[in-house]
Design a binder for this molecule. Sequence first.
Ligand code: HEM
Length: 406
Amino acid sequence: AKAREKDRVARVSFSFGENAGPAGADSEFREFLEHEHLFITRYDDVIASLLDDRLSSNPRTAMTPEQQKRLPQVPEELRPVFKSLLTADPPDHTRLRKLIQPSFTPRAMEPLRARIQQIAEELLDAAERAAAERGESRPERRMDIIAEFAYPLPVTVISDMLGIPREDREMVRAWTESLLGGNRMDPESRAKLREFTDYLRRLFVAKRKQPADDMISQLLRIEEDGDKLNEEETLSTVFILYLAGHVTTVNLIGNGVYALLCHPDQLVKLKANPGLVKGMVEETLRYWGPVDFISRRIAKVDLDMAGTHIQKGEPMMVGLASANRDPERFPHPDVFDITRPDADKHVAFGKGIHICIGAPLARMEGQIAFETLFRRLPELRLAVPSKELRWNNAFLRGFAKLPVLF
Ligand code: HEM
């Protein structure tokens, strides 16, 4: 970023490089994203931009014909996975969001608490068993927090919620992994995407015949009740919920564990007072939130924002991590303090109409994960010096591996 301290807006060139982590919903726009962007950095400007309806989340509709021409062609049957809540503007966005919002309120999440707790305990039981089988004993047992805890926890929760049958989960996980690791537009990823969407369509047929108490059955019921939701939208909604419910929460758990292990004074506080876990989750979201920036906002008209003139069609990035470290909003922003009174004013979940629908779920998962982990494994510490750990990439902040001893 060619930003100087006084700048409110930086100009950045973004390169996906080899490690194409952000692939996600943005693969289609990959080439486009590699052009220079305006990058909104400060807290107040970030909030204002996310609330501004002159910005679109759908590059396609807001782009000039010249820009549209540069987009790769997406085969018709794969369209649903590139269209989702994330890339919809009102009125479509409003209609879709209203349909699934009731399933994600804090109150709707409450019945899940016991199940999440059970999953967390079972994962730690399994890690202890695996260590015992390797002949390791306390406090020198080994575990990879990501593979054995942070990853399987949210994936099991979202699979339960959606109603993905247990016997299919390994297969679905493998598809998702390959999609997250790469560019969805290359032939191999397209083939995987096709397998995944075909699978979901077959699952819909089965669930239409035999509905269950899960979210996919619920969406299919809405679809049949009238013309509120079509099959493409059901598919895209299931796809985005499965994917969005994944990487981000994995990173919340991984980053939080790492933050606590790097700040032993904060870990001591948490162990002495487990009630601080709520604040600890908020401070992790502020300090090392899983999403560094939103990479897809486009000016629908010429406008002035953050002291800068922005032209119609100009792509913008919105810096969540930079806003969360803005010293004007958070005094001593580089200090990790789990008792920070206003940590929950962070923008790690975004703001405005696209604010993360899964936030209550992610918060609950994070709170249960940290409470369970540090209660059951009080000797937990890093197995390698922290300078040997590398963040994955500059968009989704997290670790591929986090080896610990316990
Ligand atoms: C949207 C972050 C967990 C589902 C968003 C956005 C952010 C975000 C920043 C806004 C994107 C934008 O404005 O373009 C996070 C973080 C999470 C997390 C940091 C974990 C700590 C989840 C979970 C789910 C989920 C668990 C679902 C089960 C979604 C969906 C949207 C979204 C569907 C799109 C909402 C819309 O466009 O209206 N998330 N998320 N997220 N998130 Fe999350």
